[in-house]
Design a protein. Structure first.
Length: 609
């Protein structure tokens, strides 16, 4: 079928779509004021997050143990170590991720030495890039559905993403999640923008042939063997880089492939897209596994195969939903719009419904939300964390922005006033959620507001927001600036460790070892402990070194007595029972500070601190 001709001329269409200039009277309209309040609250939360990010960025020690692991392994790689070699008793290397994020950090750490700043900056830039992509995706949806962009809804989606404490924390951590998500969303945007077309406002798409020339990427500089790369080829490359950054980054490419199949882009294009992706993503992995003698598979899969627990998943997802409940509710509003579009009665019954499913641009957003929810199940893995919820957060922000696109549809007929009321209610919910972000993640209390904190209504509002949004387990320790005393004490311990005459020091806080010139024995005490428990790594040599007092210091996060009471994993996730027993038998506690320092019982030159 062909697109219905538009009755307006091209010039008239451009004039209708051109944004009207803002005036004081325009700004003072109630609905526009509500938009400004919404943006103001979200902007204030972003400034709050940036302040915390800046302090964490300058913090010389880990805020998450994965930071130390990645920095340590990148440094080892720069010194010629094969991260994916089969296990050796001489040093435990975790290497749980595919190599692209390591390679992004490598040029900086090769010259700077161990530092968290390059990786934190990469994650921050990726988080900003995701905000930009959400803006573009929502605008693209509005352009496709309504025939005009909706910058307010697009900006709202980007600001909500940036205001989330979950994003602020992982957007300032040395971890590949943000980078992988940015690459995956970039590929999804290319697929979406090259498979959707302009249509008559509010009508389902009637043809897959574009009314205007389809945007194509010009990649003349990238023409290997004379092949011309299309936008879909470049999208496949981005998806492949996402998988080479984090091996579980499959949600975006699966939905892209499904959307290509649904939207009728042609089987040849779909097959080529899939082939390019498989070659670029899994070709390097197969080669790395071949050259490492199976070591790549061991590190990426075997070593990190831990049990899944429904209670662990429910804990994280429950806290996520409580903290961002109204944002999730507004994302469901978009699902309701999509279902209403899909189930409208038609003369052809199921055939018409199938056509609407295939041609509705909201289908891609709904499918991506489902895939992101599926990806969130990895949060329940033993040792999993809320970084696995980042894709669900991005998909939710995308659906939220699309919901506001639909709520902003002014209809010059009966019921338009009710439509405006619905938009105002939705904006009010975002404002209330914005206040909840301060209370739930920023831990803002009435006493933190001089003057206003003693004002009854202010105190009542904050207490009400706390009752609704606050969860003590959600970003409790992560989303906070390092304390000055903490920074000072950790720096003193690191200096003390570096000045110790002994050549070897063992610690379950790898960032302390990285702050010295001492060699590393382990890059990830958590994975080392569980690899020992499951028989995937032999700790015999480490035990002999401890029993022989070859480590001049053993520096631990917590006191060792009582950490492991019985065999198995017990209650300790950083020390195996045998290792804990060896330390107790051969070392004595000499210093209690920001870390607990143990020295060999035979050592007489160290009295304590």
């Amino acid at each position: 079928m062909q697109l219905k001709p538009n009755n307006l001329s091209t010039n008239q269409t451009e004039q209708a779509n051109r944004p009207k200039p803002w005036t004081v009277q325009t700004l003072l309209r109630p609905l526009n004021l509500l938009w400004l309040v919404t943006f103001g609250l979200l902007g204030a939360k972003i400034l709050f997050s940036l302040n915390i990010f800046w302090q964490i960025f300058n913090f010389a020690f880990q805020v998450d143990e994965s930071e130390s692991m990645i920095v340590a392994e990148t440094v080892l790689m720069s010194r010629g170590s094969n991260l994916y070699a089969l296990p050796s008793p001489d040093r435990f290397i975790s290497a749980p991720y595919t190599p692209f994020y390591y390679l992004l950090n490598w040029p900086f750490l090769n010259f700077l030495g161990p530092s968290f700043k390059p990786g934190r900056l990469i994650s921050f830039l990726a988080a900003c890039g995701i905000a930009w992509l959400l803006y573009r995706l929502v605008n693209r949806y509005a352009l496709t559905w309504q025939g005009r962009p909706n910058r307010a809804a697009a900006l709202l989606a980007a600001l909500v993403w940036a205001a989330l404490g979950l994003v602020a924390f992982w957007g300032g951590a040395v971890k590949p999640d943000m980078t992988a998500l940015f690459l995956s969303l970039s590929g999804l945007y290319l697929v979406f923008s090259n498979q959707t077309v302009l249509e008559n406002p509010g009508q389902p798409m009637q043809s897959l042939e574009p009314a205007t020339p389809r945007p194509r990427l010009s990649l003349s500089a990238l023409r290997p063997f004379g092949l011309r790369l299309s936008a879909l080829d470049f999208a496949a490359l981005l998806f492949a880089l996402a998988a080479l950054t984090k091996q579980t980054a499959f949600a975006g490419v699966l939905i892209a492939g499904l959307w290509l199949a649904l939207s009728g882009g042609g089987w040849r294009r779909l097959v080529r897209f899939g082939a390019v992706y498989l070659v670029l993503a899994f070709g390097p992995m197969l080669l790395m596994n071949l050259f490492s003698g199976g070591g790549f598979w061991y590190h990426i899969v075997t070593l990190h195969e831990l049990p899944w627990n429904s209670q662990n998943y429910a804990k994280f997802l429950g806290a996520f939903l409580q903290s961002y409940q109204l944002l999730g509710l507004l994302a469901l509003v978009f699902l309701a719009f999509w279902l209403a579009d899909l189930l409208r009665t038609g003369s052809d019954g199921l055939r018409t419904t199938w056509a609407r499913l295939r041609t509705n641009p909201g289908t891609l957003i709904v499918l991506y939300c489902g895939a992101a929810w599926g990806a969130s199940f990895s949060t329940g893995t033993f040792g999993g964390n809320h970084n696995h919820l980042l894709e669900l957060a991005a998909a939710g922000c995308l659906a939220l922005g699309a919901a506001f696109v639909r709520l902003s549809e002014w209809r010059p007929r009966r019921g338009a006033q009710k439509w405006r009321v619905g938009l105002a209610v939705a904006l009010a919910l975002v404002c209330w959620q914005g206040l909840g972000l301060f209370v739930g993640e920023g831990r803002v209390k009435p006493e933190d507001l001089p003057g206003l904190g003693n004002f009854g209504p202010t105190r009542a509002v904050l207490n009400l927001a706390q009752a609704e949004f606050y969860n003590p387990d959600w970003l409790g320790l992560e989303y906070r600036a390092p304390l000055e005393n903490q920074k000072k004490r950790l720096a003193e311990i690191a200096a003390f460790m570096n000045n110790d005459a002994g050549p070897l020091i063992y610690s379950d806080n790898v960032s302390l070892i990285l702050a010295t010139t001492k060699p590393l024995f382990t890059t990830d005490p958590f994975t080392q402990t569980h690899a020992t428990f499951y028989g995937r790594w032999d700790e015999t040599r480490l035990l002999r070194m401890v029993q022989g007092s070859q480590f001049s210091l053993v520096v631990l996060r917590q006191p060792i007595q009582g950490r492991v009471e019985a065999g198995g994993r017990g209650g300790d996730i950083y020390l195996s029972p045998a290792l804990a027993g060896a330390v107790i038998q051969n070392y004595r506690l000499a210093c209690r500070d920001a870390a607990w320092i143990y020295v060999p019982k035979t050592r007489t030159d160290f009295k304590g601190c």
